[in-house]
Ligand binder design. Structure first.
Ligand code: SF4
Length: 431
């Protein structure tokens, strides 16, 4: 039996890199320190020797590559979507493929923290690392998120109970606020719970900005919360040693969306006139932060990017996958490590089922069930090495604990690029 230490769990944006994995007879025998959400990454990993399929028929790798290249080359408006459960290496190749094809590339960010990306462009993101939170933060605010269910080890490794240099007593050294529309497991652990009226985040955040500036507010309550309570929070925010706000989809996907997030980012920026304060979006998929990073390095934009004109154009609403598919605009798709048929609105999922689709994924899913070409790929962090970005945008190396004969996303995408007639024509033109 071999024990691998400091393995990274890729299930959520915490990217816990202290997992212990025991391998016996070529399979995973035991996993330690992983939470219930992440256990399946190791316990139910897909690494059998399945071959690629075309139209449901098993074929060899080259035949599947040729069919994928033919579909993408013949499309007028190809769409590449997903990316957030791949590694940085696969994501980079997906953007290269979009560039060669003149395709649209969009990621799952567009249906979760897309509004955060828009707010970041408008205000900037006053942020820090999770290590700084662990070692310094004495005030923690969770806004519209419930890490007790979605990021189970967040409390112990980084935030509520984590013990650090300036927080040696962990929970006792911190004050915790939760702002949400209903009680959650996270609100039960908090010192203060602000139960907001649904859709009132913007008003409450604006009121907090006024109070932080020392201005008076004549109303007695805003968004279901008394102004006295908001005043107390504003004072705590100004007087803490190091504060951090963690924000989730309760803020990005409620009325106001990017405007809500921009208001929180502005509040945090203004708090730095008084103390150290940061904000960290609670990113869901293990490498969704990486997909934002990679697309931004390569195109200048974090999601919804079209290369149709030969240069990158940003178009939320225009080049976001849900909108393109629902309007019937994409005529072929490559789905990388994602399952949009299971999660998209019906009109978008039906369009995906109607057009030729190529899927790269370690496991079978609903999208693979309707796809023309399916590549069973290696799982980064289990049987392939790679890089992923934690929710605080720190790059983490992913280890492989098992051998595999499956290709990685990067290898499949590179083979498709090499098989594209458009690529050959571009190379010929350069000569
Ligand atoms: S908190 Fe997230 S990254 Fe950490 S073990 Fe659980 S699922 Fe995996």
């Amino acid at each position: 039996m071999t024990t691998h230490e400091d393995v990274t769990c890729t299930f959520c944006g915490c990217l816990c890199d202290d997992i212990s994995v025991e391998v016996e007879d070529g399979d995973i025998a035991a996993v330690k320190r992983v939470c219930a959400n992440g256990r399946g990454v190791f316990a139910e990993h897909c690494s059998d020797a399945r071959r690629p399929t075309v139209g449901g028929r098993e074929v060899d790798f080259d035949e599947a590559i040729a069919e994928a290249a033919r579909i993408l080359d013949q499309a007028d408006s190809p769409l590449i979507y997903g990316l957030s459960s791949s590694a940085t290496e696969g994501q980079r190749k997906a953007v290269e493929l979009a560039d060669v094809l003149g395709a649209v590339v969009d990621t799952t960010s567009s249906v979760c923290h897309g509004p955060t990306g828009l707010a970041l462009q408008e205000i900037g993101e006053p942020s820090c690392t999770l290590g700084e939170v662990r070692n310094r933060a004495d005030l923690i605010v969770f806004w519209g998120c419930n890490p007790s269910a979605s990021h189970v080890r967040h409390f112990g490794r980084y935030s509520v109970t984590a013990k650090g240099t300036l927080t040696p007593r962990g929970r006792q050294d911190r004050t915790v606020y939760v702002a949400d529309v209903r009680p959650t497991g996270t609100s039960k652990t908090a010192d203060h719970f602000l139960q907001l009226r649904v859709g009132s985040d913007y008003e409450v955040l604006s009121t907090l900005r006024l109070l932080v500036r020392g201005e008076s507010v004549s109303a007695e309550e805003v968004g279901g919360v008394s102004v006295a309570e908001l005043g107390e929070l504003a004072e705590r925010m100004k007087s803490c040693r190091f504060g951090v706000a963690f924000m989730g989809m309760g803020l990005t996907m409620s009325a106001g969306r990017n405007v809500n997030v921009a208001e929180l980012f502005s509040l945090v920026a203004e708090l730095n006139d008084h103390t150290r304060f940061s904000v960290i979006p609670m990113r869901g998929h293990g490498n969704v932060a990486g997909s934002d990073q990679v697309l931004t390095w390569l195109s200048g934009y974090p999601f919804a990017v079209s290369y149709a004109r030969g240069y990158p154009q940003f178009g939320p609403g225009e080049f976001t996958a849900v909108d393109m598919l629902a309007r019937g605009e994409a005529d072929a798709a490559l789905i990388l490590a994602s399952d949009p048929v299971a999660h998209f609105p019906r009109a978008a999922a039906e369009r995906l089922a109607a057009i030729p689709t190529i899927v790269l994924d370690p496991c079978e899913n609903l999208t693979a069930g309707v796809a023309r070409v399916v590549f069973p790929t290696a799982t980064y962090g289990v049987d392939a090495v790679g890089t992923a970005y934690r929710m605080d945008n720190v790059a983490i190396r992913l280890r492989a604990v098992l051998p595999t004969e499956r290709p990685t996303d990067e290898q499949v995408l590179e083979a498709i690029i090499q098989a594209l007639p458009k690529r050959a024509a571009q190379l010929e033109a350069v000569k």
